[in-house]
Design a protein around this ligand. Sequence first.
Ligand code: FE2
Length: 224
Amino acid sequence: MAETRCEVSPKLSKSRPNLYARIRGSVRKGLVGSRAKELELLKEASVELALQALEARDKVIARHSARAADLATRLAQRLELDDGNVALMRMAAMLHDLGMIGVRDDILHKPGPLDEDEWEIMRRHPDIGADLIAWHPALAAATPHVRHHHERWDGSGYPAGLRGDVIPMGARIVAVAEAFDTVTNRGIYRADPFSAVDAIRDISERSGSWYDPSVVGALRALDL
Ligand SMILES: [Fe+2]
């Protein structure tokens, strides 16, 4: 009989060894410790579970989400958000494309450009992801940031056409972080990635139209 092997975990999971060590250690100890630490650990494990579910569906999107979360964290720090909000921005970036789980394979993995009907389905992924986490006590705080990560500063985005600083801060940060990661990595969107310099130039050209100028300013100030 063929051996059953879990396909989830390679690079993505190895990128966060500290989390795994802490989870293993806490489980060994029967999760003894302060209630606050237990809740924090359960939150991190919940995010990890969601990301592994996404990874099982599409490794490229899961790895994009993990990288975008690292950049979103740096952007949030550069914008001088407090520690709690930096952690929230990181979680929102980790989960921003979770809703891709609900997009059909023939659309999610289509090699060529999507037609308008397919785009209409693809554009549901922010709502699908937001609805998936909205009920979860440890993840719900990221819901508005996930739901609105494809809004644009000038109101031309989706799903709600929000404009300016009505768009939740995490959504504005994720929009820039995911754009940078998408254009600088070879993946389903680009066969020929941009350099960091070209990516920053490209994103800067959309500052004030697609992206929050303050977040673009933070991006330009990072050493990338
Ligand atoms: Fe997205």
